[in-house]
Design a binder for this molecule. Structure first.
Ligand code: NAP
Length: 463
């Protein structure tokens, strides 16, 4: 796909950008590798100052940065500003903790002949980050903040519909004092990802995106034996137990499903409700979704944004039609969404059985799937009957019991009485077809460092 800016609210094509040439790719790898040789020797103090300046610049120009998000992928301006703040918080997390997290770790050894063994953390080199459009800045921040802190350098291949966000973030980092070559944006076409990954100076790849992209990138990483992490799709279960506080739970369910216009890997996509309260939940859920006002994402009154592109909206509508063709009941909710812009009418799907393709799909838009669970065991069964294993949540007044149910959910993250949260001080990642590896915190930091054993042995004691 060519890199271009198309406003999803107006449909206007605003700018196009040429793909990187072989020559530009080769130069970028050389520059990133040369910078790595110096950057890996830089002090934590230097790295901290740069990341803190980046956070300060984001905060002091929040409207400026936020407007590119709304312009290119259509999110509500208030959500765009929240994303700018979240990115600043991620930088600050590593300003505070990176040095501590990367300290040498002496090992407890029982036999003196083993020696004085310590684990040290060394950066690997140049990394490739392949990122999606749904949180254009957050996705960059959550890979570059830890990896620059660790001493690696990064090449970015961002999604083709957010080229200006990618450019703006690259400029931000240079303004913050990052040396040239430590973070380079490249408008890579799909086939050129291999050109980057096969280069011996490139040590790893982090991808966030769809299953298709994940398996293509993981295959390349395998072919060239490069470390990889995959953050892929999800179909988070949102379990409502019989004792849940229904009004509060419905509020969270509506939020969990509709923020970012439903285009979040950890959106609450499958509501699984105890049969005893199903009808009441459905009525309250419809009443709340009806209140969502769709419109111009720059208008502060708007609560439901267009999807990221007309194609994305058309694809979700096709998925809804397919679900109906296979027996689902669709309830369209609220006033008709504007005819201008990539909107999808909020839709609730019920009567979805396991033979319906929708049962196993991820809907990336304002589509809620509701399931009636016979009891708790049935709720857990439905929740785990998914190809995905990203996040999930369980709602109930008896928190201890809700946690016991949460412990049975097969995902990388599970929350009690809150939809899956995205925060600077929580790790992120999944299992099954939602990918492997973790981002953020020390876990994300250590995905791309060489955790090296250094053992100093007494030459006599070994005999
Ligand atoms: P996507 O099509 O997979 O795109 C993601 C990135 O991968 C883009 O930069 C895209 O480039 C690139 N890409 C796609 N196919 C590729 C290939 N064969 N070779 C090389 N690069 C390739 O995903 P999307 O539709 O933009 O995003 C939605 C998906 O991402 C959903 O499934 C969502 O759940 C998932 N997601 C997961 C997380 C998480 O943390 N787990 C977070 C956000 C989103 P182009 O734009 O140039 O095609």
């Amino acid at each position: 796909m060519p890199y271009s800016t198309v406003n999803p609210y107006t449909g206007e094509l605003l700018a196009t950008f040429a793909n990187a040439t072989d020559e530009e790719i080769s130069q970028a790898i050389t520059q990133a590798d040369q910078t790595f040789q110096e950057w890996k020797l830089s002090s934590f103090q230097t790295r901290r100052e740069i990341l803190q300046r980046a956070a300060d610049l984001l905060r002091s120009n929040v409207d400026y940065y936020a407007k590119f998000l709304t312009l290119e992928m259509g999110k509500i301006f208030a959500e765009a500003k929240a994303e700018v703040e979240l990115s600043a918080q991620i930088f600050e997390y590593y300003v505070k903790y990176a040095e501590k997290l990367l300290q040498d770790e002496p090992l407890q050894v029982a036999d003196p002949a083993t020696g004085n063994a310590v684990l040290v953390h060394e950066p690997l080199g140049v990394l490739l980050a392949v990122e999606p459009w749904n949180f254009p800045y957050y996705q960059i921040a959550r890979i570059i903040a830890p990896q620059l802190s660790a001493g690696n350098t990064i090449l970015l291949k961002h999604a083709s519909n957010v080229p200006q966000c990618a450019q703006v973030f690259e400029k931000l980092m240079l303004e913050a004092g990052l040396p040239n070559g430590a973070f380079i944006n490249l408008f890579l076409s799909h086939d050129k990802v291999e050109t980057v990954l096969k280069d011996p100076r490139v040590y790893g790849v982090a991808l966030t995106g769809s299953e298709g992209a994940g398996s293509a990138i993981a295959a390349l990483a395998g072919k060239y034996m490069k470390k990889s992490t995959l953050e892929l799709g999800g179909a988070d279960a949102f379990i409502v137990l019989a004792d849940a506080d229904l009004d509060k739970t419905v509020n969270w369910a509506v939020f969990g499903r509709h923020w970012n216009a439903g285009q979040v890997c950890v959106s609450s996509k499958r509501m699984i409700i105890d049969a005893s309260i199903y009808d009441e939940f459905l009525a309250k859920y419809i009443a709340q979704v009806e209140l969502l006002k769709a419109g111009d994402p720059m208008d502060p009154a708007t609560q439901l944004a267009p999807l990221s592109s007309q194609k994305a909206a058309d694809d979700v509508r096709k998925q809804i039609d397919n679900a109906i063709a296979h027996g689902a009941t669709a309830i369209e909710v609220g006033a008709p969404v504007p005819s201008q812009g990539a909107f999808v009418q909020p839709t609730i799907l019920t009567d979805i059985d396991a033979s319906n393709p929708a049962y196993y799909e991820e809907f990336f838009g304002p589509v809620s799937m509701l399931f009636k669970a016979e009891n708790e065991a049935d709720a857990v069964r439905i929740a785990n009957d998914s190809n995905y294993g990203l996040g999930g949540s369980v709602f109930g007044r008896d928190v201890k019991h809700a946690k016991e149910v949460a412990m049975q959910i097969q995902t990388g993250m599970v929350f009690v009485n809150h939809p899956t949260m995205v925060k600077a001080d929580l790790p992120f990642g999944g299992i099954k077809r939602s990918g492997y590896g973790r981002e953020l915190l020390g876990l994300g930091l250590k995905e791309f460092v060489n955790i090296k054993l250094v053992d100093v042995v007494d030459i006599d004691a070994a005999f």
